[in-house]
Design a binder for this molecule. Structure first.
Ligand code: FES
Length: 464
């Protein structure tokens, strides 16, 4: 499908300064590892539309890829006490993640071993798993507790009747499951990611908002709408005065992780010559970037100071107060830019010190639908207890994201405006080909290249 060419993409350079050059001019240095990420040339082959529209391709993903990858299934704060259960369902599987007495989390296949009823249909707290159909019951560690009329099941005396389990591992407050045993550990799977997030305290964050909606488009097409800043010029033109869309830095970190850093507080190279002054850049930023600043904020940009630096100063102070700790060391970039990480296959946590966005995309019944989830993770001030758990708010088809997520939601609504037509268009395509930009869409190519490794080789991911 795609050539694996590791030479650097140096020719495909957007006009204007790069993110590295912007970061170099910031008031404080960014961590060295953010400067080091590279964007290899992965080739220019088109992608086939069938990857998104074919039921057979979808089935191969379900059979070969999903059981072998680590999937973000829950946040630690959703499972605070022994007996707390989160039901995580994806790609034809259902898991009951359960906090144990010893503090660990186990993920049971959420199906009764008698006649197959789902044991749990919702999150909650349990003292045991009792199947509502005939009453077979398991302890919260998955061991069998009782079978009504046990005398009638003599033939099962030698059967293992504990609930089957998936593997569980966690990083940074995120709990992951993997269906099949073996293969790389979560640490190996994530590669450099934990190092990148170390400064940003993911384990001290908690879910402050969690919104989901079914999107009438393939799960990969939906995820890919959030993998590049190339679409800003046509889909989100209102953010161009303060967004360096074409200055974004794209980098790949092993098979499973890639990153886009989109700078804010600087004007899009596409608006070159617009002559915006620094105050105008700041005013547009405040109007359209609700993730970073409170609604109706005003910030005066002092003479001789850039909007980017003024925003850096403002956010450092604000996030220090929110986190209850001194963030004076944080670079201007880390308190305003979009650090959009993708972890194969369907998990996207944003980095930086800002309230963090987390995306997750789950195929929803078929190749034409996706459950898209957006969480916002805030920082818990040092020494303070975790706030109450926020549960997922499912939007109805007629509801907009803006209703639940304000300005950020209105940006997502613009993305959502494309997706049904992308899915329909791919089915109608005469060429059946999708053409990708070499640099700005390299993360999409990277994602498909990793997917192909699983589809071609069911053993991909196993440690040698
Ligand atoms: Fe669960 Fe019968 S199906 S007890």
């Amino acid at each position: 499908m795609v050539a694996n060419n590791t030479k650097e993409l140096s020719a495909a350079r957007a006009p204007g300064v790069s993110w590295d050059e912007l970061a170099e001019a910031d008031s404080r240095p960014v961590p060295e590892y953010l400067k080091q990420g590279s964007c290899p040339d992965l080739g220019s082959e088109p992608l086939s539309t069938e990857r998104y529209t074919s039921p057979e391709f979808f089935q191969r993903e379900n059979d070969r890829m999903w059981p072998r990858v680590w999937q973000f299934a829950a946040r630690e704060e959703e499972l605070r006490n022994p007996g707390d259960v989160v039901v995580y369902e994806n790609a034809g599987r259902s898991y009951a993640l359960t906090r144990q007495q010893d503090g660990s989390v186990r993920a049971f296949f959420n199906v009764c071993l008698h006649r197959g009823r789902k044991l749990r249909t919702a999150d909650g707290k349990v003292g045991e798993f009792r199947c509502p159909y005939h009453g077979w019951t398991w302890n919260i560690d998955g061991s069998l507790k009782t079978i009504p009329s046990r005398w009638d099941f003599k033939h099962l005396d030698d059967e293992p009747l504990n609930l089957p389990e998936a593997e569980v591992a966690s990083w940074g407050g995120f709990i992951f499951v993997r269906e099949e045993q073996g293969g790389p550990s979560l640490k190996e799977f994530l590669g450099e990611l934990p190092l990148h997030f170390e400064r940003w305290l993911p384990e001290r964050r908690y879910t402050t908002a969690w919104v989901a909606k079914v999107v009438p488009a393939n799960w990969k097409a939906t995820a890919e709408a959030f993998m590049e800043a190339y679409h800003v010029i046509a889909t989100h033109p209102q953010i161009m005065p303060f967004t360096g869309d074409a200055n974004s830095k794209y980098s790949l970190h092993g098979d499973n992780v890639n990153l886009a850093i989109t700078p804010f507080g600087t004007t899009s190279p596409h608006l070159h010559g617009a002559g915006l002054d620094e105050q105008a850049i700041m005013d547009a930023f405040l109007r359209y970037n609700g993730r970073v600043v409170p609604k109706d904020s005003t910030i005066e940009v002092p003479a001789g100071v850039t909007a980017r630096r003024a925003m850096g100063d403002f956010n450092r102070r604000r996030f220090s107060e929110m986190a209850g700790m001194d963030l004076d060391h944080a670079s201007d970039a880390e308190v305003q830019d979009a650090f959009t990480y993708n972890v194969f296959p369907n998990f996207s946590p944003w980095g930086g010190f800002s309230p963090a966005v987390v995306y997750r995309w789950r195929p929803w019944q078929d190749q034409d639908h996706t459950l898209m989830e957006v969480r916002i993770l805030g920082l818990v001030p040092e020494g303070e207890p975790l706030p109450d758990v926020v549960r997922m708010q499912m939007l109805e088809p007629h509801q907009n994201w803006a209703e639940a997520l304000g300005v950020l939601g209105s940006i997502i609504d613009q993305d959502m405006g494309n997706l049904p037509h992308v899915q329909a268009g791919m089915k109608l395509s005469k060429t059946k080909k999708l053409q990708l930009a070499n640099s700005q869409e390299v993360r999409i190519r990277h994602f498909h290249q990793t997917l192909d490794k699983y589809l071609a080789d069911p053993g991909h991911g196993e440690v040698e």
